[in-house]
Design a protein around this ligand. Structure first.
Ligand SMILES: Cc1cc2nc3c(=O)[nH]c(=O)nc-3n(C[C@H](O)[C@H](O)[C@H](O)COP(=O)(O)O)c2cc1C
Length: 225
C-alpha cells in the first residue's frame, strides 16, 4: 500500500493514504499541506465558507482575536505584496496558489486592554477549522511561518495591537509534476508524525497514559473533490 499522494488517470486528486494509531475522521486524515496547486480560481462563495468556518472557532472569553487579509491572484498588487514577503523557499511553490491570506492576531483583550496571552492559540484554532472546512470542499491550505512581518507591514499598514502571525496559501491541490524536482520529492514523501507514546503521558512524564490504546488503522478514503 502506498502512503503517497495519488491521482487517477483523469487527474482527480486522491488524498494520501495514511496509517494512524486509531480511527480518525477522514477530513483530518486527508488534510495536508501541499506545495502543488492548480490554477483553478476559488469562487467567492467557497472562500466565504472558509472564513465562516474560522468564525465559529472557540476563543478565550469569545474574544475572537483573528483577522485576515485576503489576496486572490487577480488582486495582483495585494497578492504580490504577500508573496514578496514570503521566505524564498516558500516563494518557490506558493506563487501557484490562487489565494494568499495574511493571518493576524489582536494582542490585547477588547474588553479591558490587557495582554491577550492566548491570541495566537485562538488564531491557530480558527485556521485549523478553516483548514478542515477547506479539506471538506476539496481545497487545501498550506500555512507558512516563513515570511517577513516587517515587509508585510510596509505594504499593509496595520493598526497598533495587531500582529501578523502566518501567511497561508489556499487552492485546489494539483499533481507534483509541475514543481522543481526537490519539491516533487517532498510532495510525494509519506506524511509522518511522532507516535502517541511520545506525547500523551500519565502522571509520570514520559510514561504513556493507560487511556491510550493504540492500533494501526489504514485510511484509504477516496478523493475529497
Ligand atoms: C505555524 C506553521 C508554520 C508553518 N510554516 C511553514 C513554512 O514556512 N513553509 C512550509 O513549507 N510549511 C510550513 N508549515 C507547514 C508544515 O510544515 C506542515 O504542516 C507539516 O510539515 C505537516 O505536514 P501536513 O500539514 O501536510 O500534515 C507551517 C505550518 C504551521 C502550522
Amino acid at each position: 500500500m502506498t502512503t503517497q499522494t495519488e491521482f487517477t488517470s483523469d487527474s482527480t486528486f486522491i488524498p494520501a493514504r495514511l496509517n494512524t494509531q486509531a480511527e480518525i475522521h477522514e477530513l483530518l486524515a486527508n488534510r495536508r499541506s501541499p506545495r502543488a496547486f492548480s490554477d483553478r480560481t476559488i469562487e467567492p462563495d467557497t472562500i466565504t465558507k472558509l472564513f465562516e468556518a474560522a468564525r465559529w472557532s472557540p476563543s478565550s472569553a469569545n474574544e475572537q482575536p483573528w483577522y485576515f487579509i485576503v489576496a486572490a491572484k487577480e488582486d495582483s498588487i495585494a497578492y504580490s505584496a504577500l508573496h514578496d514577503s514570503l521566505a524564498e523557499g516558500n516563494q518557490r511553490w506558493a506563487a501557484k496558489a490562487p489565494l494568499l491570506v495574511l493571518a493576524l492576531a489582536r494582542t490585547t483583550y477588547s474588553r479591558n486592554g490587557q495582554a491577550y496571552q492566548h491570541s495566537w492559540y485562538d488564531l491557530g484554532q480558527s485556521i485549523a477549522s478553516l483548514s478542515v472546512q477547506a479539506t471538506a470542499i476539496g481545497l487545501a491550505v498550506h500555512q507558512m511561518g516563513g515570511f517577513d512581518p516587517v515587509k508585510v507591514i510596509q505594504q499593509y499598514p496595520i493598526p497598533e495591537g495587531f500582529v501578523p502571525v502566518v501567511i497561508f496559501a489556499v487552492g485546489y491541490p494539483d499533481q507534483a509534476d509541475g514543481l522543481p524536482e526537490d519539491l516533487q520529492k517532498r510532495e510525494r514523501a509519506p506524511r509522518s508524525r511522532k507516535p502517541l507514546e511520545e506525547f500523551v503521558f500519565t502522571d509520570q512524564w514520559g510514561k504513556l497514559s493507560r487511556h491510550i490504546q493504540s492500533r494501526s488503522v489504514s485510511h484509504t478514503q477516496s478523493s475529497a473533490n
